[in-house]
Write a protein that binds this ligand. Structure first.
Ligand code: ADP
Length: 168
């Protein structure tokens, strides 16, 4: 049984991530979507919020997809989950430098790691969580970038932030 891990911030999950997960399930027996708790980033959604949003979306894919979170080194998380495969999505050439750097660092930490890159679909290639957040926080329509319930959660966050701005 081959388990692969798809790590990311998923702040929030976008249609681009969903596509990579759906395609990964066809390649591996089990896919663990691993939400990275990265204290350096200033997230919009908390880790439990992100996990819940992802779970709601991926329920339809059944038991072969698991949602977890982790902090620390990815290779340690891989060992814990008895996996040696990392899935990453590649959008533009701009992703390439960072992604190969991460893949090489992980390989130098643990030689058994293999990073598998799936090329983003053309229609998703310009979608990023940070862009989606910016559009949503300025009141724009994100319906074509994220699943409907995540659009709703983004509108709620935008409302809360707007409210806070007005209170100041
Ligand atoms: P990170 O902060 O680790 O880059 P992200 O949540 O931004 O986390 O991305 C997780 C993974 O999903 C990365 O491999 C990224 O390249 C990929 N990804 C992000 N957006 C898309 C997209 N629109 N299409 C395909 N893959 C994507």
């Amino acid at each position: 049984m081959i388990t692969a891990v798809f790590p990311g911030s998923f702040d929030p999950l976008t249609n681009g991530h969903v596509d990579i997960i759906e395609r990964s399930v066809k390649l591996f027996d089990k896919v663990i979507v691993a939400v990275v708790s990265n204290p350096e980033k200033n997230p919009l959604f908390s880790i439990p919020e992100r996990e819940a949003l992802i779970r709601t979306e991926l329920k339809r894919l059944g038991k072969r997809v698991e949602v977890r979170s982790f902090s620390g080194l990815l290779v340690e998380f891989l060992k814990q989950t008895r996996s040696s495969i990392v899935i990453r999505g590649l959008r533009a050439i701009s992703d390439y430098d960072y992604e190969t750097q991460m893949a090489l660092v992980n390989k130098s930490l643990w030689d058994q790691v293999e990073t598998v890159f799936l090329v983003a679909r053309e229609e998703n290639s310009y979608i990023s969580s940070s862009l989606v957040k910016q559009v949503a926080l300025y009141g724009g329509d994100v319906a074509s970038f994220v699943p409907p319930h995540i659009g709703k959660a983004l509108r709620q966050k935008a409302k809360e932030r707007g409210g806070k701005r007005k209170q100041r």
